[in-house]
Design a protein around this ligand. Structure first.
Ligand code: FES
Length: 116
């Protein structure tokens, strides 16, 4: 049997929101619901505290790295002071080609959303 974690009422998973559920950050881009593992590959920020940008990417709450929620790959490296370090963003993007964020499956039953 697959482990499932309850996210909450499906009505609460509105576009632009992200919710913590076990090891996953579960969100709604407005186009799709997604679940990715919560720890940013940069310095481990909780991605459930992040946001969703206009492109539907998940934005890290600490230094603004962005992730493609379908592939788990970083699409923009850490911003701020980290953006000034040559090769850092490219390095993390390469890292997540090899070690993307884990992805979970989002399912709904009877008005409740779960991730597994
Ligand atoms: S911890 Fe996520 S970008 Fe730094």
């Amino acid at each position: 049997m697959t482990d499932e974690v309850e996210v909450g009422a499906t009505a609460e998973l509105r576009p632009g929101t992200i919710h913590p559920a076990g090891r996953y950050a579960v969100g709604n881009t407005g186009e799709e619901r997604f679940a990715v593992t919560r720890r940013c590959r940069h310095l481990g920020a909780d991605l459930a505290d992040g946001s969703i940008d206009d492109d539907g990417c998940l934005v890290c709450p600490w230094h603004g790295a962005t992730y493609d929620v379908a592939s788990g790959r970083m699409t923009r490296g850490p911003q701020g002071i980290f953006a000034k370090i040559p090769g850092l963003g490219a390095g993390f993007k390469l890292l997540t080609r090899i070690l993307p964020l884990g992805r979970g499956e989002v399912v709904e039953r009877d008005g409740t959303t779960f991730v597994r």
